[in-house]
Design a protein around this ligand. Sequence first.
Ligand SMILES: *Cc1c(COP(=O)(O)O)cnc(C)c1O
Length: 374
Amino acid sequence: MAIRYNTFEVGVDLRAIRHNYRILCEKGSNVYGVIKADAYGHGMIEVARALESEGADTFAVGTVGEAVQLRRSGCEKRIISLLGPLNEADCLALAEDSIIPFVGCFDQLNMLVSVAEKHQLEIEISLKFETGMSRLGFSIDELAELIKTLKAGPQIRPVMASSHLATSDDPAYEGYVDKQAEKFMFILNTLESAGFKVEASLANSAGILKHDNVHFTAQRGGIALYGANPLSGTSWEDLGSRLKPAMQVRTKIAAVRELKKGQSISYGCTYTAQKDMKVAIVCAGYADGYSRGLSSKGAVCINGRRALIVGRVCMQLTAVDVSSIPDVKFGDTAYLLGGEGEGAISPDDLASWWGTITYEVFCLLGLNPKSYVE
Ligand SMILES: *Cc1c(COP(=O)(O)O)cnc(C)c1O
């Protein structure tokens, strides 16, 4: 194997992901591992293996392409494609690799029926319903026609039904969760009366942690697996307090230098030293997915301490204030996420400086090369 040396490195602690999965399993009854978008940037195949070792037997990815990739990696467990097929090639691929697609509209269902008839295939699907997200899924109004279509095309066999919560992480919208659950319950009852008894999932991470009443027979855990608390900053925060972040992002310091009072730093001279300072130039920038929006906003962790970003984040470099951190040297490590001690950067810290959510921080930083701790 080629030796790979990366200045900018994303480290993923698979032990933390396994720990987080066990926490979700204490709450839920049958937790699918949601590993779409390369497991939120943590590495789909590595995360699937780690979850499998904890007993996970169902994985949810996004596209059919992701599902095929996971299957071809040797995964023999149930694989769900949350997006489902978008063309005939997708339909054939999911039949060939025994992938269960979410199917949420008649365009998709009819395409699948016609491919199954043409090629004499039997395909298991997960019906996707709209209960309040207004994004994908059959609506309650379409149920009768859906049941008719399913009865006419027995080669398409629904084995699951699902819907997705829009507000499970927000105490102000608890009633909205209940309304979605009621609609979903009505849908399940209608399906059952028509002879379709299916595994039912509604809850995402926040639903698993907080809303016991929406657990149905299975749950889909995503962000909590990676150790970000979907309830942080709310009155429900404690319910996710045992989760451990799995991703650390680190890079090297390329220079340590003096910044004299009155001297400006980086493009646009947006930051001028108010006193004599010491700055470290760290090898991270927007080319690494470290947003330029963090200019003069965020911080990194060096030697266990926080160092504030000064001036604009550049393509591969960012300047930070290390005036009050002793012994910072050329070649030292700076953590953009994680780190040791008091100054460690949590996913929530970074997301709030960035003006986004932990999901996006993980996905973007996770595009970089990764290394793993088992
Ligand atoms: C991403 C996703 C999830 C997981 O949501 P989290 O908030 O990350 O737990 C569950 N269901 C669907 C349909 C999703 O797309």
